[in-house]
Design a protein around this ligand. Structure first.
Ligand code: AMP
Ligand code: MG
Length: 488
């Protein structure tokens, strides 16, 4: 039995990876399999269950067709350049063509040491594996471009972190694993021929339409920039904080990747930081667009040497495109926010309306998710839940009457407006405190029910379902600030 893998990266991109085998683990067992995703990928269900599934998705058995490789990359981590990174705990098994005809990578994460592991053990602990599964699935349900989780496998091995933790392996699916850092690796060595090979490969794979355009690498840069601007606008619209937006964690495809210390904003504070290592708030919620642009500047720097023309002229062309980032980001963001407020037309005052609500939310310590969710109820003359999100220090009545005037001007029926709003403003997000509960139950008590319930909740985030009230609630007001740790 096999998966009909192809290997365009392995076949065409020698020098960008090293072949490597997974390390075996003890007594693997499937904790979760994403059968919907497996169907999208056209995988045989016989591979997905029991001992065979556990063996395949832990890396203990290699399917005939697979050709495991660890990809090399560099990256700016918290602004500092590291010339040698790479898949230190992940192996690409191969590529499959999904039901839409799109090429997807299938990768094991936590499968043991690789030539790029440096001091690390190449393994993953159970908690971060389940966390990535939950959060990436929620992001997908929010319609946000993301890598997906195909399977989580538990083992009877332990990994040494601050304390011993159960070892697990995640199977991750992505449009590709090419990152900004993949370009920086050879650019830093001055090897433009290699950078060009990678750019040509990435264009072929992700942006075939621009292949024959005149200024192809600038077009490539524009396409990546467009996708990243949209992606970060989408993150901002659900209160997602990635937490470690290093250039090696920014994809060329525009998918969210590397769910390490990520978390969702509860009470709306724009400067929110969750990651224990982000001491200066570089990757704070409100800084994400600016950092996206900074990362893209690193991509531009890697691509500029591909041109033979006058250096200054080429730099200016890339800078001009980079300067458009803010405008592109803001229009993606405003489009999202208009939809969240149930606005269908466009009015010049929309930006102010959105920003004024955000200011009130900040001042009134409002919950990001529920404020938007319960705004729809106001359309149905029930403003209690919306108003209860804000503390007494703010009065939202003026804002509500401006909003009401604006939505009424659209001429859309109340019913349709509420339907639209409830289809874009989730009721359930993977709340940080609920994620922790689920991970603790799994790691400490071998109890996977809370994880499965939460996965069930986030798989339908827009639909009110009985029995799940707790999952919609923010953490208790007296809860300690939430802190995340880099998921390894
Ligand atoms: P991250 O911050 O998770 O994106 O990882 C940054 C770099 O560290 C990447 O090159 C990873 O492959 C590597 N890395 C992270 N955790 C481990 C680990 N447990 N063993 C080996 N390498 C790791
Ligand atoms: Mg990474």
């Amino acid at each position: 039995m096999s998966i009909s893998f192809s290997h365009t990266f392995a076949n065409e991109m020698d020098g960008f990876y090293q072949a490597c085998s997974p390390e075996k683990c003890t007594a693997p067992r499937l904790l979760q399999v994403n059968t919907v995703l497996a169907d999208e990928l056209g995988l045989d269900h016989k591979l997905l269950h029991g001992e065979l599934g556990a063996s395949i998705f832990s890396g203990n058995s290699l399917l005939d067709d697979s050709k495991p490789i660890a990809q090399v990359y560099a990256g700016h981590q918290f602004g500092m350049f590291t010339s040698q990174l790479g898949d230190g705990r992940a192996l690409l098994l191969g590529e499959v063509i999904d039901g839409n005809g799109d090429r997807r990578d299938i990768q094991l994460k936590g499968s043991g040491r690789t030539p790029f592991s440096r001091g690390g053990d190449g393994k993953s602990a159970l908690g971060p594996v389940l966390r990535e599964y939950l959060v990436s699935e929620a992001m997908h349900q929010f319609g946000i471009a993301t890598t997906r989780a195909l399977a989580a496998v538990g083992t009877e091995d332990w990994v040494a972190r601050e304390e011993l933790r159960p070892r697990a392996v995640l199977t991750r699916v992505s449009a590709s694993h090419i990152r900004v850092g993949s370009f920086e690796f050879f650019a830093a060595k001055g090897e433009s021929i290699q950078v060009k090979r990678l750019a040509d490969y990435a264009i072929n794979r992700h942006f075939p339409d621009i292949k024959d355009s005149e200024d192809v690498y600038l077009q490539f840069f524009k396409s990546v920039l467009q996708n990243q601007a949209k992606l970060i606008a989408d993150w901002m619209s659900v209160g997602f904080v990635h937490g470690v937006m290093n250039t090696d964690n920014m994809t060329i495809s525009g998918e969210t990747i590397d769910y390490g210390p990520c978390a969702f904003v509860d009470r709306y504070v724009p400067s929110t930081v969750f990651s224990s290592i982000d001491e200066h708030g570089r990757y704070a919620y409100e800084n994400q667009p600016k950092i996206g642009q900074w990362n893209l500047a690193q991509l531009a720097k890697s691509l500029i040497p591909l041109y033979q023309e006058d250096h200054e002229v080429v730099i200016q062309r890339f800078v001009d495109e980079l300067d458009k980032f803010n405008h592109i980001y803001e229009s993606c963001w405003l489009e999202n926010m208009r939809a969240k407020l149930g606005l269908i037309g466009e009015s010049e005052s929309d930006l102010e309306l959105v920003n004024d609500l955000l200011t009130l939310m900040h001042q009134g310590a409002a919950d990001f998710t529920l404020t938007f969710r319960y705004l729809a109820d106001v359309r149905l003359e029930s403003s209690l839940k919306f108003k209860s999100q804000f503390n007494e220090s703010v009065n939202v009545n003026d804002w509500l009457s401006r909003w009401r005037k604006r939505v009424v001007a659209d001429g859309q029926s109340e019913h349709q407006c509420v339907l639209n709003m409830n289809a874009i403003n989730p009721l359930y997000i993977p709340r940080n405190h609920k994620i922790e509960e689920a991970l603790e139950a799994a790691a400490n008590d071998n109890d996977y029910e809370p994880f499965r319930t939460m996965l069930n909740v986030v798989s339908e985030p827009y639909c009110l379902r009985s029995g799940f009230d707790k999952y919609a609630e923010p953490p208790p007001p007296n809860a300690a600030p939430y802190i995340t740790f880099c998921g390894t």
